[in-house]
Design a protein around this ligand. Structure first.
Ligand code: 13P
Length: 290
């Protein structure tokens, strides 16, 4: 069941020939055998240089050229390199996303990047509310909800990141924190088809630490999130994709993705190493056979 999404683009400021509506065919989130289609996404964070990006994307393009039709693969380079990425992945199945977007449209917002700029560059996905944005740049649940809405309005697919800190896990507050973070975006996501957004569970204590959640820990939280989506009245909870993030690497991807409610990964450090990222994508393909 493919879904058509119409996005109001407004009038071109200079009266130029811009379309008033952009109609997008939303990708299906389910595979032929009824499983959710895995998504493996690399978050490069603030890493990259022209030469390095070219080498990495060239290797990924070659390594992912065949055998990966059943999954979605994406990279999220820093904003200045999105144009470069668009050229380098052209003709491949690799898509690309941004790591952040502004709550505002064009205007006097020095240093910000708007949703319109991202769609102009052919960007498909955008990370929203990554824990580093929340902890280092003061993004609140309200900011995250607003950015999610702005992304959806532009036809971008927000990858909404949520996760508890080690302190919160230790005090037994994991579900309280995740419920609060999820509930903040539910009013925005609730009216959307499952193909319009992605959730990413990233326990803060597992990010960049080498400490991965065990497959059981990940599954427990993913199930909790899907149940909460469903109990909130969201009709497509079974189709919504929930990624796991936090020290995912080729060696642990298979067992994480084999969990019934883990629909792929959001990968930091290992996404900068071609063989690691390709190995993680293989884990996602293998999970479909499991
Ligand atoms: P690492 O894979 O480096 O732990 O980072 C996870 C992450 O934050 C992805 O968004």
């Amino acid at each position: 069941s493919r879904c058509l999404q119409a996005v109001w683009c407004g009038r071109h400021p200079a009266g130029g020939p811009s379309p008033l509506w952009k109609v997008t065919i939303m990708p299906d989130t389910t595979t032929a055998n009824g499983k959710r289609r895995p998504l493996v996404m690399g978050n490069w964070k603030m890493n990259g240089r022209l030469a390095r990006n070219e080498a990495l994307l060239t290797e990924l393009k070659a390594g992912l050229a065949s055998g990966f039709d059943a999954i979605d693969v994406a990279v999220c380079p820093p904003a200045p390199y999105l144009g470069q990425a668009s050229k380098l992945v052209a003709g491949s199945a690799i898509t690309y996303g941004a790591q952040n977007l502004s709550t505002e449209q064009d205007g006097a917002y020095t240093g910000e990047v708007s949703s319109g700029m991202l769609t102009d560059l052919g960007v498909k996905w955008v990370l929203v509310g990554h824990s580093e944005r929340r902890s280092l740049y003061g993004e609140t649940d309200e900011t995250v909800a607003k950015k999610t809405q702005v992304a959806l309005e532009a036809g971008l697919i927000p990858v909404v990141c949520i996760g508890e800190t080690l302190e919160e896990r230790k005090t037994g507050d994991t579900e309280v924190v995740l419920a609060r973070q999820l509930d903040a975006v539910l009013p925005v996501l609730g009216s959307q088809p499952a193909s319009a957004f992605v959730l990413a569970y990233e326990p803060v204590w597992a990010i960049g630490t080498g400490l991965t959640a065990t497959p059981e820990q990940a599954q427990e939280v993913h199930r909790f999130l899907r149940d909460r989506l469903a109990s909130s009245g969201y009709a497509q909870a079974q189709e919504a994709r929930i990624l796991y993030g936090g020290s995912v690497k080729a060696a642990n991807a298979g067992e994480l993705f084999a969990q019934p409610d883990v629909d792929g990964g959001l990968v930091g450090g290992a996404s900068l190493v071609a063989n690691e990222f390709i190995g993680i994508a293989k884990g996602a393909v293998a999970s479909l056979g499991a």
